[in-house]
Write a protein that binds this ligand. Structure first.
Ligand code: GL2
Length: 820
């Protein structure tokens, strides 16, 4: 049976930890550091995953099953030890074993460095999907990049964000298995030439300027209480030869070393998003590098299992996670035509049947295009193929809409206006059989806006798959108190089928459940309060309402709307100290892209407000403001379960989905939000009575912007807003400096591209309703319980089932473990 072979006694576990401590860390217990113990424990857990991994791989190869390949430039997998223990069902055993070795499991979990191989939502989504794929026993491989430096670490110094490089590998990582034997060569630069082979076929050869070697680093992905263990295969770039011996012998030692250094920079660092793409040559090189390695790897797997290349699309479904891997469309064509000698038509049919594309944003500045000359110099053969795809595609457009050259120009893969660019979203759309958005509203807008012409021409290609998040990490692992309460109330079936939480709604008014519910929440809040005290020195009473906004800092996410409301509340309290407002702690967290000045200024503003408000004796007991530094997956574990109110206040139409909103909801937070992204579906599930709605709809936003938005109009109509902005201008939150926030104020007063001023009044009124409901303890508890109860739809298991059925056509494969 499934886990019987691992029913190793605690004594065996303990013995294995000590053996790993000695044999892998070369330390004996008396002198071992916590890091040594962590490594020994992690290896002990990993050892228990390896048999499952080998068995899973063997099964997939033997039975020629279809494998879902998730191609993503980012996988924000978070700390691994806790989730692997949970998924293997080894938590208690490990805790007791470590206990008898004199080690505290929680302390060891806390020292794990998380691999920050992603920016935020998009990368974390990829990690949730890998977890669900393995838990649902779907054969899958994640393909990405092993960045040496992940997303930067954030310090807050004098209220400002300061970036530190993320040295996640400095102590080594126990979770990767290096596969020097699995490596591929990736070409860059040079030129192409045509020639005729012996059969008289016209062939194209790419003579590269240089090559880089990609080496596989595998991270096992264990499913929850099943034997399936899939793999996340990350590519590290290396020089083809450590030294170019010709140069070396010719005496140019430095040139030889330089080649090595340049090749190894390819997988050096993750690019922060929210910055202009221009000039990021290295980023395009990274994208092509990992995609080429992935596709070569898939072709090798075909060979290993003796499957003819013509059956590629029957064996693999490849999902393009945004446009970052979209060059894969042209690369697969190259590999099939130039190297496997397939006809264009056959290769194109395979390519289209293999790929599907997920769009994650409508923001124009985030839509990837690459300068054509840059691409031509870096990937000359790929550009030839893109041209050919484009020509054939535009012929099709012309046949469908004769004489409509406007459509042709709009749909072309090449943007011909100004400096020519390759439109990566068009390449991905044309090269895929399915294209999806990530929430119902976003998928609709996608079809109405940036991909309108494509949706009109290929209506059946478009669909929606609303995002989801893994309940393993975001309930079971980070909120064990809630998980136990759910077990006690509902039994354990919710753990593998989150829709079972629905039954909780029947008990929403049950006084005993409400009491236990509050106790769990109270404990989570006390934990976060203690952490905040340690990190920032700010004392926050857990009785306060915890009102939390954690996510990347961005104007469209409108942290400044939240900040303006806090200032206005603070002003009202100062004016009338007897005012009856619910005591609240406003908690913010999130990173700003290093080159995004406005976002950095928003962090400074929040810090400035915290500095003033937290000191003021007039409001100290009723208002607290915290900026929690370095928000990442690990900090999320303690933050989400402690939230009473979840802030999802983006300008409608701008947030494609959001996934933090789902994590908060599962953990029983109520949402204050706009009708944006997945908020719409969250509100549908929770019921309008259990959601605090405010703000303009996406349609109203578009209409207002079209008719000429005047922020001044809203300012004139709202005194509270004027006062709040005025106090910022007076230097109140910048230690008297009246210039510091000028760029932010000017932007709001003159342009306000995200309609902060237009939504302010309704937001403030909605916050007032929140305060009133908070006063009614029972009502709040009921609403909180209902939110958790209705969160089943936002499990990534549901999302992955939809991908499998509607896009990939992949099926579960049960892995039985042979006796050891
Ligand atoms: C994002 C969206 O902004 C976000 O709303 C969505 O939840 C995630 C995952 O689909 O994708 N798009 C994007 O480019 N990033 C996101 O987080 N970085």
């Amino acid at each position: 049976m499934a886990l019987a072979s691992d029913a190793a006694s605690e004594a065996v576990f303990e013995h294995d930890v000590v053996r790993n401590l000695i044999c892998r860390q070369a330390r004996y217990p008396d002198i071992a550091t916590p890091q040594d113990w962590y490594m020994a424990l992690a290896y002990t857990v990993r050892d228990r995953m390896l048999a499952r991994w080998a068995e899973s791989v063997k099964n997939y190869a033997l039975h020629h099953v279809k494998v879902a390949c998730y191609l993503s430039a980012e996988f924000l997998i978070g700390p691994q030890l806790g989730c692997n223990l949970l998924n293997l069902g080894l938590e208690e055993e490990a805790r007791e074993a470590m206990d008898s070795l004199g080690q505290d499991l929680d302390a060891l979990l806390a020292i794990e460095e998380e691999p920050g191989l992603g920016n935020g939502g998009l990368g974390r989504l990829a990690a949730c999907y890998l977890d669900s794929l393995a838990s649902l026993e779907i054969p899958a491989i994640g393909y990405g990049i092993r960045y040496e430096f992940g997303i930067f670490d954030q310090d807050i110094v004098d209220g400002w964000q300061v970036e530190r490089t993320d040295k996640w590998l400095k102590m080594g990582t126990p979770w990767e298995i290096i596969r020097p034997d699995i490596h591929y060569y990736v070409s860059f630069g040079g030129y192409t030439r045509m020639w005729n082979d012996e059969q008289g076929r016209l062939r194209v050869e790419w003579v590269p300027g240089r090559q880089v070697k990609g080496v596989a680093y595998d991270v096992p992905v264990q499913g929850y209480r099943v034997n399936t263990c899939n793999v996340l295969r990350l590519w590290k770039s290396e020089a083809v030869e450590s030294f170019d011996f010709d140069d070396f012998n010719a005496g140019d030692y430095y040139e030889a070393v330089e080649e090595k250094v340049v090749s190894e920079t390819l997988s050096k660092v993750l690019y922060p998003n929210d910055e202009p793409e221009s000039g990021k040559r290295l980023r395009l090189a990274q994208q092509y590098f990992f995609v080429s390695c992935a596709l070569q790897d898939m072709l090798r797997l075909m060979e290993v299992s003796h499957t003819p290349v013509e059956r590629f699309a029957d064996r693999f479904a490849a999902q393009l996670n945004d446009t970052h891997p979209s060059i894969a469309v042209a690369e697969l064509m190259r590999l099939l035509i130039d190297e496997r000698l397939l006809s264009w038509e056959d290769a194109w049919s395979i390519t289209q049947r293999t790929f599907a594309y997920t769009n994650h944003t409508l923001l124009p500045e985030a839509l990837e295009t690459w300068s054509l000359p840059l691409m031509q110099s870096m990937l000359p053969r790929l550009v030839e193929i893109i041209f050919e795809i484009n020509q054939r595609f535009l012929d099709e457009v012309r046949r469908a809409q004769p004489g409509d050259e406007g459509s042709v120009a709009r749909m072309s893969l090449i943007d011909e206006q100004g400096d020519k660019k390759v439109r990566m979203a068009h390449l991905a759309t044309v090269g895929s059989h399915k294209v999806n958005g990530v929430a119902a509203l976003h998928s609709d807008l996608l079809k109405q806006t940036i991909l309108r012409d494509f949706a009109a021409m290929f209506p059946s290609r478009f669909l929606n798959v609303t995002n989801g998040v893994t309940p393993r990490r975001f309930i079971m692992q980070s909120n064990p108190g809630l998980a136990r309460l759910l077990d006690d109330t509902l039994g354990e079936k919710w753990r593998t089928d989150l829709t079972r939480l629905d039954a909780l709604a029947d008990h929403a008014d049950d006084a005993t459940l409400q009491k236990a519910w509050r106790a769990v929440r109270r404990e989570n809040k006390a934990k976060l309060a203690a952490r905040i005290g340690n990190i920032t020195g700010i004392a926050v009473p857990p009785e306060m309402m915890f009102d939390i906004q954690v996510k990347r800092i961005h104007e469209y996410k409108r942290q400044h709307l939240n900040a303006l409301h806090i200032i206005s509340l603070y002003q009202r309290l100062r004016r009338d100290p007897t005012l009856d407002v619910a005591p609240r702690c406003f908690i913010f967290g999130g990173k700003a892209a290093p080159g995004y000045d406005m976002a950095k200024l928003m962090i400074r503003l929040i810090s400035g407000i915290a500095e003033v408000v937290n000191q003021d004796p007039a409001t100290r007991d009723r208002l607290k403001v915290v900026f929690y530094p370095d928000f990442n997956v690990k900090n999320g574990h303690i933050i989400y379960p402690a939230a009473d109110l979840s802030e999802q206040i983006s300008t409608a139409g701008k947030e494609a989905s959001g996934t933090g909103n789902m994590k908060f909801m599962m953990n029983g937070a109520l949402t204050i939000g706009t009708l944006d992204g997945a908020n719409v579906e969250i509100r549908e599930q929770a019921g309008a009575d259990n959601f605090f709605l405010f703000g303009m709809t996406a349609q109203q936003v578009a209409a207002l912007q079209q008719s000429g938005y005047r922020p001044g109009h809203y300012l004139e109509a709202n005194e509270a807003l004027r006062e709040a902005l005025d106090e910022i201008a007076q230097g109140r939150f910048s230690r008297g400096d009246k210039t510091m926030f000028r760029p932010l104020l000017d932007n709001l007063l003159n342009a306000d591209p995200f309609l902060v001023l237009a939504d302010f009044a309704d937001y403030a009124a909605c916050q007032q309703r929140v305060s009133e409901v908070w006063r009614d303890e029972k009502r709040w508890a009921r609403m909180s319980i209902i939110n958790t109860a209705r969160s089943g739809a936002f499990s990534s298991d549901r999302a992955i089932k939809e991908y499998c059925e509607n896009i990939w056509q992949t099926r579960a494969v049960k892995i039985d473990l042979a006796a050891p």
